[in-house]
Design a protein around this ligand. Structure first.
Ligand SMILES: C[S@@+](CC[C@H](N)C(=O)[O-])C[C@H]1O[C@@H](n2cnc3c(N)ncnc32)[C@H](O)[C@@H]1O
Length: 217
């Protein structure tokens, strides 16, 4: 039985679990944020196209070379946090640990980047095609940001239906005892130890509820 919560130290087992349900053997899969290919350590599709603006072939996921309605599965693992301005921010440490490079500076920039990626990925999907998006909520400049809600509402606004959701529990990493300026750390929000792998589908199914306009920042 494939369960919705995956506990692992790496993304590979998470992708392998999701693939059992949502990637078929003959699917054409396009990973538009290849990074270092760590998604595919435990499972690899037979037909896999790899793109990455910075680490691979210079393809920007906002302007894909694939033609309209030609892809069965798009996998999108964008930079999904924003460091914010505070010296107390630990997002930079998070990025170092997880290798997320070149993260946009602000929440608005991050959301704009992700929304453009989802829109472009929708363009290249065939009817019935799936979009698999890694995302998370996060704290930026002391503020709780509903990054997950933004991804879901953007996908629904693009005409996709949400068909599944996995919660990835990545375990505890090292937590700094002091702020970057040496002052003692005071915990304000629950420490985020999970992220999401959201699965969307184009067409064939009745769309899920329309998002309310105010959540699409
Ligand atoms: C979280 S990492 C992806 C890690 C990858 N899933 C792996 O398994 O190694 C985000 C990736 O998005 C890439 N990226 C950032 N902005 C991009 C853009 N506009 N177009 C394409 N790739 C982009 C970065 O180079 C980085 O490799």
């Amino acid at each position: 039985v494939i369960e919705s919560v995956v506990t692992a130290r790496r993304n590979g087992p998470l992708i392998a679990q999701a693939a059992k349900l949502w990637i078929k053997p003959d699917d054409l899969v396009v990973d538009v944020t290849w990074g270092r290919g760590r998604f595919w350590t435990d499972f690899q599709p037979e037909r896999l196209i790899r793109h990455d603006l910075y680490t691979l072939d210079g393809v920007d996921f906002r302007v894909l070379p694939e033609v309209d309605a030609s892809v069965d599965v798009v996998v999108l693992d964008p930079p999904y946090t924003a460091p914010g301005g505070r010296a107390t921010s630990t997002i930079a440490d998070f990025n170092d640990r997880y290798g997320i490079d070149l993260v946009p500076a602000t929440v608005a920039d991050t959301q704009e980047l992700i929304a453009a990626g989802i829109k472009e990925a929708t363009r290249v999907l065939k009817q019935g095609g799936r979009m698999i998006v890694k995302n998370a909520d996060y704290i930026s400049s002391g503020r709780f940001v509903t990054g997950h809600h933004h991804v879901v509402s953007t996908a629904l606004a693009c005409g996709l239906s949400q068909v599944d959701e996995f919660i990835f529990h990545g375990g505890q990493g090292p937590q700094p005892k002091v702020n970057r300026d040496g002052s003692p750390r005071r915990q304000v929000h629950a420490r985020r130890v999970h992220s999401f792998l959201s699965v969307f589908q184009l067409g064939r199914r009745r769309p899920t509820a329309e998002p309310s306009a105010e959540v699409i920042v």
